[in-house]
Design a protein around this ligand. Structure first.
Ligand code: ADP
Ligand code: MG
Length: 393
């Protein structure tokens, strides 16, 4: 599954792949002309929507080229990611494959930047031209690509810390990048330099996309199942969902933070402003690298993982997860069956089993603090009018 810098036979095969249509070749030639790439080598991966190639920069740095296929049929089933996304209401033509693919490639570039800016491990995107995305190569110095998490040989002791790393990344993704990956699994995570790198983010959605919670639930289900199979004590889907989405996690004493390794304190990069022609894009500009400390969240996560699993929960865990998976989690108050009733119940401190309450800002804060119930009206008014009316429970 890896590429080697000198695999000439693979290079020959690469050029005969249908993905390299004449126009794509011109784009690649221009990249060579501008000194972005110097040579293209083996094919790292052939996928349904894109192929990934190993390339070398003029300074011999390893690069990955993700070349999206431009056949019209391939991107049709991606509509579910697009509907409800304000960024794409204009300029997304379902009838022009090149234009469509270009939108996906540009989106992947921007999303990768957002991940990197938040300190999430991901390839560094270098440039995008139509259907070609150039990014840093995750692999060794000989040009062998790092394995997908699915294929990685993990030392026994590594799995549990990697589970923690992944949940922290997903929480950061949700709260800092305001994104949900939407295709997360052990296939779209690379195990590189003893860490998890998140890739394949072209279909990632804004965290307020109408289906964001459904995508997130599925992402977390894949993560939980993967690590549970490797014997890691996991949170369980419901708690993992709470960990990723909850606005305010319980506070932990500073001493507890000091005991944590610093590996998750990551440096934020400066972000480029978005191109002017991208509608709805919100450029985030930071003047200087900032530190984003994930340790408070990590401390909470470690606490939750250390809590003993109550016996009856253990027995019902799978079943509960199944119920949770099926249950509809309203993404906005439009979809809540009776928001006023639910909000009033929460204000009285009743737990109506509202799994969505915290993510909507409805959960009363710690005793004594005022709740955030004021947000109810605000969000109810502000939420997207194009969403479907309540199919809620
Ligand atoms: P697809 O849409 O085909 O799933 P991905 O972005 O998941 O595209 O990439 C496909 C495969 O290519 C990945 O599973 C990984 O093995 C490899 N790959 C992608 N990006 C990189 C990279 N930056 N460095 C090394 N390998 C990569
Ligand atoms: Mg993939």
């Amino acid at each position: 599954p890896s590429a080697h810098a000198n695999m000439k036979d693979k290079a020959d095969r690469a050029t005969t792949e249908q993905v390299l249509d004449p126009r794509t070749r011109v784009i690649l030639l221009k990249m060579v002309g501008r000194g972005v790439i110097d040579e293209i080598n083996g094919c790292v991966s052939t996928g349904k929507e894109a192929n990934v190639y190993h390339a070398l920069a003029p300074d011999k740095a390893h690069l990955a080229l993700k070349i999206y296929k431009t056949s019209i049929l391939i991107f049709k089933d991606r509509d579910k990611y697009v509907s409800g996304e304000h960024r794409f209401r204009r300029g997304y033509s379902r009838h022009n494959p090149r234009k469509m693919v270009r939108v996906w490639a540009e989106k992947e570039m921007r999303n990768l930047k957002r991940l990197r800016a938040a300190g999430i491990r991901a390839p560094e995107p270098l440039e995008v031209r139509e259907n070609v995305l150039v990014m840093s190569f995750l692999g060794d110095e000989h040009g062998w690509a790092s394995p997908r998490l699915k294929d990685a040989v993990l030392p026994d002791a590594a799995a549990a810390p990697l589970y923690i790393e992944l949940l922290l990344a997903l929480r950061t993704l949700f709260h800092r990048c305001r994104l949900v990956h939407a295709d997360l699994s052990e296939y779209n995570i690379l195990y590189h330099a003893q860490h998890l790198y998140i890739i394949d983010v072209s279909q990632s959605v804004e965290h307020d996309h109408p289906s964001a919670f459904d995508f997130l639930r599925n992402d977390l289900k894949n993560a939980e199942e993967f690590f549970a199979r490797r014997g890691v004590r996991c949170l369980g889907l419901r708690r993992a969902f709470e960990f990723v989405t909850r606005d305010n996690l319980p506070e932990v004493p500073l001493e507890e933070l000091a005991e944590l390794p610093e590996s998750h304190v990551l440096e934020r990069e400066t972000l480029e402003p978005a191109p002017d022609n991208v509608e709805g894009e919100q450029p985030t500009k930071t003047n200087a690298p900032q530190m984003w400390d994930t340790r408070p969240a990590e401390a909470v996560l470690r606490r939750w993982l250390a809590e003993p699993v109550p016996p009856e929960d253990e027995a019902h865990d799978g079943q509960e997860d199944a119920v949770f998976l099926r249950s509809h989690i309203p993404r906005s108050l439009n979809e809540v069956f009776d928001p006023e009733r639910d909000a009033a119940a929460l204000a009285r401190g009743e737990d109506r089993g509202l799994v969505y309450a915290d993510a909507l800002g409805l959960v009363p804060r710690e005793a004594g603090e005022p709740g955030e119930l004021g947000k109810v009206d605000e969000e109810g008014v502000a939420s997207d009018s194009e969403e479907e009316e309540g199919s809620g429970e």
